[in-house]
Unconditional design. Structure first.
Length: 318
């Protein structure tokens, strides 16, 4: 029933608590108070106890007033849940929940938890202020994962009534494949730019391996600016550019069809581990995901943090 009811709730990027999405039920203490008040009322009627009537009606009035106070404690509160940073499958996703209080009265004893969870975090929100809480959930499988619904409740002030609202967000988290625990070494076919081969001289031109002298018409993006700055500082005004033909021979290609595994998820897991290994070593690498993925999912050879994120994202959505 809870799952069915949750599926029929509207989802949005933000949530404003109103009379249409605020719910109310007595707590266990509330039911016990109702039973006690009923016994006091029956006893007062049977024995004509005026003080009994007074006590019964005072406690009943206090309970009814607490409903209005607790109702106003949530009414008008605004919630926003931001998508967390991408994580690998099996790791924890940190969700940032923002509570905005636009009114001039403070909100007390707000309990926040996952709709299906039990662990409750308590927070107060000052008047015309905001509070940010962090919730945690598990990244279950690769791809886009829907974020869990968030329940915000209060039992303020007496604890005899429970008021709550449920927030379903449209935000989704991106989950990368879980890297293989003990992956094999990177595939062969790369001459590392940091080894002696890249520092060797070409026999034909005498230039360093992987770079050549600047020629008229070469694009500026191929200029090795670090070497250009050194040349200008020493008075030697010769620019050098990257040799694309030689650089292509140094590119490492991570291919799903040549990773030694047949099962698709195992291939993606190994490729994720290889991407992390190649990035840690500062290598220039590309990614081929095979026929099971669209051609635009393949990543051309490059390096750097942005390229690593692009490759991991391609693996997540493959």
């Amino acid at each position: 029933m809870r799952q069915w009811w949750l599926a029929h709730l509207p989802s949005a990027s933000s949530h404003a608590v109103s009379r249409r999405n605020l719910y109310l039920l007595p707590t266990r203490a509330g039911w016990m108070l109702a039973l006690t008040l009923l016994l006091l009322l029956v006893t007062s009627i049977n024995f004509q106890l005026n003080l009994g009537f007074l006590l019964t009606f005072m406690l009943t009035g206090a309970a009814l007033v607490s409903v209005g106070i607790g109702y106003r404690n949530l009414l008008g509160l605004q919630l926003e849940l931001h998508a967390p940073e991408a994580q690998f499958a099996g790791q924890a996703l940190r969700l940032d929940l923002r509570l905005d209080n636009p009114s001039r009265r403070a909100r007390y004893a707000l309990g926040i938890r996952h709709y299906q969870g039990t662990a409750l975090s308590l927070a107060d929100v000052a008047a015309q202020a905001s509070t940010q809480l962090q919730l945690s959930t598990t990244a279950e499988r690769r791809g886009h994962q829907s974020l869990p619904a968030v329940l915000v409740e209060t039992r303020f002030p007496l604890g005899v009534f429970r008021m709550w609202t449920v927030f379903r967000t449209t935000e989704k988290a991106l989950v990368y494949p879980s890297p293989e625990t003990n992956p094999p070494p990177l595939p062969l076919g790369l001459a590392d730019a940091g080894t002696g081969s890249s520092a060797s001289l070409r026999a034909s031109s005498g230039e360093f391996d992987g770079v050549r002298g600047y020629r008229r018409g070469d694009p500026l993006k191929l200029v090795v600016w670090k070497k250009a700055a050194t040349a200008m500082a020493t008075g030697n005004g010769h620019f050098v550019v990257r040799d694309n033909q030689h650089q292509a021979q140094q590119d490492l290609w991570l291919d799903a069809q040549h990773c030694g595994l047949a099962e698709r998820e195992a291939q993606l897991s190994r490729l994720a581990a290889w991407v992390l290994m190649a990035d840690q070593q500062g290598l220039r690498y590309g990614l081929r995901l095979g026929q099971a993925s669209p051609a635009h999912a393949d990543q051309p050879a490059d390096s750097g943090p942005e390229h690593r994120q692009a490759c991991l994202r391609a693996l997540a959505l493959a």
